[in-house]
Design a protein around this ligand. Structure first.
Ligand code: UT7
Length: 325
């Protein structure tokens, strides 16, 4: 009998401090940086984002999201035999945020590791967990995207600091006789390293280079629109499906204009597009599982729906997962 993997529970968590565009604009104005709610909404669709308190790490956000997903799946931490955390804002240089999370969950023994693929991280992590389950290496995985991007923002650069937020999303992915994940597609092209990066590093006890996020927004925008369409089409082809089979498109939540343009290129009506970027901002690896969980909990996404999840981000990395929920 073929083994598949299927999502049995979703969860998410947003830190309580919520800043509207007006709140952020006020804080930035105090430092002489000019922006407005009007500009941010018109260019990105973002209205608000959440920022974690200074002492809160990615593993803390991941812990809450994981607990919610476990509860939704009717599982406890001791049932889990694989933990993968997608993050670009880990608690420490090492060990992995996944190991720190495992201990906070009160679990021990199962493999736990991080995936670093920036905003495509959750798509990479989900694909890895699916492969491990299908080949018998795991049977109940926790797959999480967790980020505290507020820590790596340059609040003197208005072209980037208004775009990002903090949060975490999680799924429990279990071995199943019936297909959940139908197909996936992963890519990277390292020649684009410079258009979206945090170029600093740590050496000899010091930060070397700039440890804050840099982005050429227009270059990222152009690349994102093209690869999101191509990856969705490649994934549909692998699964023997067409655009008409997609009930919900859940792209990485970075910019509403990129998301709408992807839906249009795939000839999907905009009411099949899941949008949470307006309330969360861009939460990098957390954005897709956050959007998924919000839509499941609001009743928008129902069991049996066919979902196209798509990520794109620094690396450059991109990819998609088609699944039956
Ligand atoms: O998660 C990884 C994926 N990341 C993305 O998908 C991001 C992709 N890129 C984007 O979303 C967009 O390129 C941005 C939202 C970053 C920028 O939008 P844009 O329409 O490409 O604006 P722009 O960079 O062309 O800037 C237009 C103007 C500039 O002023 P001038 O030179 O025309 O006078 C900017 O200085 O808007 C100005 N501007 C701002 N004004 C007010 C840039 N940022 C701001 C701001 N508030 N926050």
């Amino acid at each position: 009998m073929t083994t598949y993997s299927r999502i049995t529970g979703t969860g998410s968590y947003l830190p309580p401090r919520r800043l509207t565009n007006a709140d952020l604009a006020r804080e930035l104005a105090a430092q002489g940086i000019e922006t407005s709610d009007e500009w941010i909404v018109e260019r990105t669709g973002i209205q608000a984002r959440h920022f974690a308190a200074p002492e809160v790490c990615s593993s803390d956000l991941a812990l809450e999201a994981a607990r919610n997903a476990l509860q939704a799946a009717g599982r406890s931490a001791s049932d889990i035999d694989l933990i993968i955390v997608a993050t670009s804002t880990p608690d420490m240089i090492f060990p992995s945020t996944a190991c720190i999370l495992q201990h906070k969950l009160g679990a021990a023994g199962c493999p736990a590791f991080d995936v670093q693929a920036v905003c495509s991280g959750f798509i990479y992590a989900l694909t890895l967990a699916d492969a491990m389950i299908r080949t018998g290496g795991a049977s109940r995985a926790l797959v999480i995207g967790a980020e505290v991007f507020s820590r790596i923002l340059d609040f003197t650069d208005r072209t980037t600091c208004v775009l990002f937020g903090d949060g975490a999303g999680a799924v429990v992915l279990e071995a199943s006789d019936t297909p959940g994940i139908l197909a996936s597609d992963l890519h990277a092209d390292g020649k684009h390293v410079g258009i979206l990066c945090v170029p600093g590093t740590v050496s000899g006890g010091k930060v070397l280079g700039d440890p804050l996020l840099k982005m050429d927004g227009q270059a990222v925008f152009k690349l994102a629109v093209g690869v999101l369409e191509a990856s969705a089409r490649a994934t549909l082809a692998k699964a023997g499906k067409t655009e008409a089979d997609i009930d919900w498109l859940i792209p990485h939540q970075a910019n509403l204009r990129i998301m709408q343009s992807t839906a249009k290129r795939l000839k999907l009506p905009l009411d099949k597009l899941v949008v949470t970027v307006d309330q969360h901002g861009n939460t990098s690896a957390a954005s897709i599982p956050l959007a998924l969980d919000a839509s499941v909990r609001s009743g928008k996404i129902a069991r049996g729906d066919t979902l196209m999840l798509e990520g794109v981000g620094g690396g450059f990395t991109w990819g998609a997962v088609l699944l039956n929920f």
